[in-house]
Design a protein around this ligand. Structure first.
Ligand SMILES: [Mg+2]
Length: 184
């Protein structure tokens, strides 16, 4: 994917993939949750609130708890940079139903586009650095992933853009809606 792809388009592609596989998506607080909801609000979306950078960790827990569902972590590059240890944990645990996506725009979009400390990380090399990941692909190639044989890492190169409107949902309601998927 070229670097001029907007985050809205990236999330539209991600949601299209998720719908095809009935996948759960756990999104980082801030830009990732806002763009995900703008692309498509679905009960299978968990918009995180509270600490930044926890989407990969929460998605790991969801994947371990619901092995019959494909789980996608939608991470910002700034957020994942705060929680790089989660990649080591995922690599070591290696749930086959987890995909970690990093939305790489080089900035903290939510805070006036300040540069992220993880700038320069070679996201396309994650499955070499963390060998429990079976592969690393770019977002346009997400459809080529073997969803039964993860975990996988997806590098989405995007450009900074204006934020969409806020979620318009209380965090408690988001969590109750997500959890109700598993109480039937
Ligand atoms: Mg960013």
């Amino acid at each position: 994917m070229s670097s001029n792809v907007k985050q809205a388009e990236a999330f539209e592609k991600l949601v299209e993939f998720a719908d095809k596989h009935d996948a759960l998506i756990v999104a980082d607080i801030g830009s990732q949750s806002l763009w995900l909801k703008a692309a498509k609000d679905r009960p299978e979306n968990l918009y995180l609130s509270g600490p930044m950078g926890m989407a990969s960790s929460v998605a790991l827990g969801v994947a371990m708890s619901h092995k019959d569902r494909l789980v996608i972590a939608a991470c910002g590059d700034g957020a994942l940079g705060m929680n790089m240890g989660s990649l080591a944990t995922i690599s070591n645990t290696a749930p086959d139903n987890l995909i970690v996506v990093v939305m790489d725009n080089g900035v903290y979009e939510f805070t006036k586009s300040l540069p992220v400390p993880s700038l320069g990380v070679n996201w396309s090399n994650v499955s070499h650095t963390y060998p429990g990941f079976k592969s690393t692909v770019t977002l346009p190639d997400i459809g080529t992933l073997d969803t039964k044989n993860g975990p996988h890492f997806v590098h989405a190169e995007i450009e900074p853009a204006e934020l969409p409107p806020g979620p318009g949902m209380h965090a408690v309601d988001v969590h109750h809606r997500f959890k109700s998927l598993f109480s039937k």
